[in-house]
Design a protein. Sequence first.
Length: 226
Amino acid sequence: MLEKWINPIYLDDARTSQLRADFETDPVRMLILDDVLLPERYARISQGLRTDCDWTTHYGVDASGELTSAERFDATPADRRLFRHGNYRAPKNGRELAPGMLAIVSFKILAGRPDFMNWLQALTGITTTSIADLLVRRMGRDDFSTRHDDRAEERRLCLLLYFNDDWRPDMGGQFRVFTPDGVRIIEPLPNRAILFDVNADQSHGVDPLLNVPAGWYRYNFTLWLG
């Protein structure tokens, strides 16, 4: 099944061993994999995110991470706002069986398969047996996520996968990683995956999206495994 989804360079044993060594020697146990999905798989999911999905906007303003209303978010001083982003809600009416929607569902099924988790274990050395959560998100103009970590009892490994066609650095939306040695800034390039140990010594956030055309969105899957 993996060979139908994953770029073959990441299924090669020698390459996998090198990436495993890179992950284990990285102080914050993180990997970046570019062009990770086969092009046709990437293109179909990317199209589905744009045409087949309904979205709801989520707002956060306090350290609990609980969702709040748009009214409370707008009334909260900017320096106390935690995040604003869109979350996948459901397929659009009539798009339930569209090719893009089916590709999104197929990836969710793939993420729960033992061979997919075994592949991630080969890359990271982290054993997982189930999906703790899988979110499909989009971020548009002025959306952001402030510094936080992903630690939770049921989470061991996180995979971010980007579908950001036509993204440019001047738009914002970079993934910012705070480490004991400083800050890493990772560009959310299309078909780029980021893998990291949830319990490593880092926190992270997403820079505000500022110079973004109306109707353009930064899409990603966030998959936590435990």
